[in-house]
Design a protein around this ligand. Structure first.
Ligand code: CA
Length: 244
């Protein structure tokens, strides 16, 4: 119980264990925990489940800290907001707060206490997975291509470090979001990315069915690149990076 009193000083290493992302699920409701556990495990996450704030703090400061904490606010031994505050006082581990209370005050308080995102019960597994991936992307920055790398795709070069794009050595001025869309497609040239995938990646889960946004950005990028063939539309599916 020593851990309940003092601040947690161990930094979170964001280590990978067998390649799986470790999630600490803090939930005292057995039925909810079981469905989250099933869903997350099916998505390939490694899940440790605890039912109290005390156990959550012990896990975060323990020898095998999680990569993400999924924290219920209503816990039997202490308020989830207090758990959030204490985790944050000693660790940068991403925290997604889960609550039945959906009002703005709770949301604001949770984010002010250092939570990275906030989910209101009931939520679907797809939404949870999307939020999870978004916080991991924001906090871990592990792109497929190293940050400093300049990627050459035919005449196109994409520099993720400086966020600059060139065609035949000539710089193309893209907005930040346009760059993100193009860089996401360039992660795997030729692979088809669904509109929802692009939204999830570039807009990080803070969107609600606005797939037209993707089309608008793609249109703008095509225009700036000077040839629509750079981004091919795959009917009914999404887009892929071409090489005209
Ligand atoms: Ca609860």
């Amino acid at each position: 119980m020593r851990l309940l009193g003092g601040p947690l000083t161990r930094p979170t290493p964001h280590a990978r264990h067998n390649g799986a992302v470790r999630i600490l699920l803090v939930e005292d409701d057995a039925a909810l925990a079981a469905s989250s556990l099933d869903g997350l495990t099916a998505l390939g996450f490694e899940v440790e489940h605890v039912t109290t704030g005390g156990a959550a703090l012990a896990s975060v400061s323990g020898p095998l800290p999680p990569d993400v904490v999924l924290l219920d606010l209503g816990l039997p031994d202490m308020d989830g907001q207090e758990v959030c505050r204490r985790i944050r006082s000693g660790s940068e581990v991403p925290i997604i707060v889960v609550s039945a209370r959906g009002d703005e005050t709770d949301r604001v308080i949770a984010l002010e206490l250092g939570a990275d995102d906030y989910l209101v019960k009931p939520f679907g597994m797809r939404e949870l997975a999307a939020r999870m991936r978004a916080v991991l992307r924001r906090t871990q920055a592990t792109p497929a291509v190293p940050a400093a790398a300049v990627q050459e795709i035919g005449r196109l070069s994409v520099d993720r470090r400086t966020q600059r794009v060139h065609i035949d050595g000539e710089e193309i001025a893209l907005t930040a979001k346009e760059f993100d869309v193009l860089a996401f497609l360039a992660d795997d040239p030729g692979a088809v990315r669904r509109r929802t995938e692009i939204l999830e990646h570039v807009w990080e889960g803070h969107w609600y069915g606005a797939t037209k946004t993707v089309d608008a950005h793609v249109a703008a990028i095509r225009k700036k690149l000077g040839d629509p063939a750079w981004i091919e539309a795959v009917r009914g599916v999404g887009f892929r990076l071409g090489s005209p």
